[in-house]
Design a protein around this ligand. Structure first.
Ligand SMILES: C[C@H](O)CC(=O)SCCNC(=O)CCNC(=O)[C@H](O)C(C)(C)COP(=O)(O)OP(=O)(O)OC[C@H]1O[C@@H](n2cnc3c(N)ncnc32)[C@H](O)[C@@H]1OP(=O)(O)O
Ligand SMILES: NC(=O)c1ccc[n+]([C@@H]2O[C@H](COP(=O)([O-])OP(=O)(O)OC[C@H]3O[C@@H](n4cnc5c(N)ncnc54)[C@H](O)[C@@H]3O)[C@@H](O)[C@H]2O)c1
Length: 303
């Protein structure tokens, strides 16, 4: 890992101008979250290796990052040439790879953002045998850390979707996490221009422990025939001020990710009624209706 950071530069600057806690970041998983994390890490001056299973997936990830950067640039810069330079500089800091092994030897921080499946995550950490702060939605960090040898350098970073827009980062320590590691993860959050909060290594941390049961109760409400999908979404947007209703948000997060979260919780806490599986969610995932990413979820989307 890199030396401790000396100071922070809050606004966008080139890597040469910033003093970040980490210089080079490896992000494993180039899906919704990994792409967003790689984008923000690069736009805040880090060099980034983005790793996924094959180059087709990585091509899609880089396309998505480019489009998202163009949206950010439009908002950030009045001068189109400055916006174009920002996009080009940021893209130039991201390289891609299909194996993490080559990247981790020269990286300062590894962030895992692959599918929400404990066995898959543990297998990856066994392969890495290194430090890899984890972007899990719901799996206790301690359970994933079982596969890591150097647990003092292990911690949880929970980003939110879409990463470029959501200001929060949950930073989770396990008993074995050293103070130095925890402090550096908090510093990394600041470098990424996020507000950090911390909590115990409990299921769903703060946000998902409250948000996911709410989203699932919306699904159960529709399963019971109490209200329609559209009316629940309208109600929560106009009556509770949420930017998206629970069904729009479920499609945005990914119904497979929602199911992974719920399956993990219901297996570990079978007596908690908030974590009960949903047959509607199970059926939709089995049909490949995963939300925006598959072109259909609770709503249809243009592919
Ligand atoms: C399950 C996990 O473990 C945890 C989670 O992540 S839970 C999910 C947490 N996320 C949320 O709750 C998201 C809730 N939704 C929102 O906050 C908003 O709907 C939203 C920010 C996603 C989009 O905002 P909205 O106003 O609805 O749409 P839109 O007009 O397209 O976007 C607003 C601005 O955000 C920007 N934006 C949206 N998505 C973006 C992206 N991926 N990249 C860059 N910019 C983006 C747009 O460019 C737009 O900028 P502008 O206002 O200057 O035009
Ligand atoms: N979707 C959300 O809103 C959200 C928000 C916060 C956290 N998370 C968490 O972030 C993680 C990733 O979620 P996502 O929504 O980006 O999923 P996603 O399905 O969009 O992406 C997962 C990516 O991981 C890749 N992958 C799988 N196994 C791999 C391996 N062994 N090596 C390299 N790449 C591999 C897949 O090819 C895929 O591109 C999950 O743990 C999820 O719970 C998701």
């Amino acid at each position: 890992m890199a030396n401790l950071c000396k100071s922070f530069v809050r606004s966008f600057a080139t890597s040469a101008q910033r003093a970040n806690a980490f210089n080079h970041v490896t992000v494993i998983g180039g899906g919704l979250m990994g792409s967003g994390i790689a984008q923000v890490a690069a736009s805040t001056g880090h060099t980034v290796s983005l790793v996924d299973q094959d180059n087709t997936i990585l091509g899609k990830s880089m396309n998505g990052i480019h489009k998202s950067l163009e949206r950010v640039a439009k908002k950030k810069f009045e001068n189109p040439a400055a916006g174009e330079a920002f996009v080009k500089d940021t893209m130039g800091r991201i390289s891609t790879a299909t194996s993490p092994i080559t990247c981790v030897s020269h990286t300062d921080l590894v962030i895992e953002a692959i599918v929400e499946n404990l066995e898959t995550k543990k297998k990856l950490f066994r392969e890495l045998e290194a430090v890899a702060p984890d972007n899990t939605s719901s799996i206790p960090i301690t359970d994933i850390a079982v596969a890591a040898k150097r647990k003092d350098r292990f911690g949880g970073l929970h980003f939110f979707n879409p990463v470029p827009m959501m200001k929060l980062l949950e930073v989770i320590r396990i008993p074995a996490t050293s103070d130095a590691t925890f402090d550096k993860l908090l510093a990394f959050g600041k470098d990424m221009e996020k507000v950090t909060v911390s909590c115990k290594d409990t299921p769903g941390f703060i946000v998902n422990r409250l948000l996911v049961p709410y989203m699932l109760e919306a699904v159960r409400m529709v399963e019971r025939g109490d209200a329609s999908i559209q009316d629940v979404d309208t109600a929560m947007k106009l009556g509770a001020g949420y930017p998206m209703g629970p069904f729009e948000l479920s499609d945005y997060v990914g119904l497979d990710t929602m199911k992974f979260i719920l399956d993990g919780w219901s297996k570990n806490y079978p007596d908690n009624p908030l974590f009960k599986p949903s047959s509607l969610l199970d059926k939709m995932v089995a049909q490949g209706k995963l939300g925006r990413k598959s072109g259909e979820g609770f709503y249809p989307y243009k592919k």
